[in-house]
Design a protein around this ligand. Structure first.
Ligand code: MN
Length: 235
């Protein structure tokens, strides 16, 4: 008999393209300010990668409706290439970094921009602006056996209107350098996801909006923004 106080919640998972298997999520790491045009739209200068995290259970399936989150009036989309890690490693060499990649997916680093702007002004952490429920929608992971992703169109449209368009080859820190640098802070584990940063053109979304975005060669990510959830009925 189990000595756990209650049945643990299921491990969050992501679909794997062309397979009935699912990728169990361990941690979600994110890179901030990794495209020069996005850095400029916030009036910043390019720097070494800024890392932050989202909780693993922030993942949202492709096609799902995303409730508009609480405590914000400025929810932003950020289309990103997501790297899924398949092997454990610390202080990984740039030249060997791709050996740790399980696959790639298109993801959206949803951001409560008003909370992030306030946090930046005060020098406070980004957690509430980035690490909220439903903050990490992503499409199916394409296994690395189908090829690594170093270049290719990255784009996002809202209600059919193109908002973001660039090429993942424009990233200031490419995938091998991100993996190498991140693995000096944390031991990477199978199940880790890395959101690698968004190009320029981020903007607000509202309930009823239809988001479509992708990276060339990967499954297109489609989500709608739903009305905010109502208060806990037990309250
Ligand atoms: Mn981002």
């Amino acid at each position: 008999m189990s000595d756990l106080s209650f049945t643990p919640l299921a491990v969050p998972t992501v679909a794997v393209a062309g397979s009935g298997q699912r990728f169990p999520v361990h941690r979600i790491y994110c890179v901030g300010l990794n495209y020069a045009d996005h850095v400029r739209e916030f009036g910043s200068e390019p720097t070494p990668p800024v890392f932050f995290m989202k909780p693993a259970d922030a993942v949202v399936a492709n096609g799902a409706a995303i409730p508009y989150p609480p405590r914000t009036a400025n929810l932003h989309h950020e289309i990103e290439l997501v790297v899924a890690i398949g092997r454990a490693g610390r202080e990984i060499a740039v030249a060997r970094a791709l050996e740790y990649v399980f696959g790639y997916a298109a993801g959206n680093d949803l951001t409560r921009r008003d909370l992030q702007s306030a946090a930046k002004k005060k020098g406070q952490p980004w957690d509430t602006s980035k690490g909220f429920d439903f903050a990490a929608p992503l499409a199916a992971i394409r296994p690395a056996a189908a090829g690594h992703v170093a270049t290719g169109r990255i784009w996002l449209s809202v209600n059919g209107e193109l908002r973001q368009e660039s090429d993942v080859g424009q990233m200031l820190w490419d995938v091998p350098h991100i993996i190498a640098e991140l693995s000096t802070f944390y031991e990477l584990k199978p199940g880790d996801l890395i959101f690698t940063g968004t190009p320029g053109g981020v903007g607000a979304v509202r309930p009823g909006d239809r988001l479509e975005g992708g990276v060339a060669g990967l499954e297109v990510l489609r989500n709608t923004i739903a009305p905010a959830l109502s208060a806990d009925p037990a309250r």
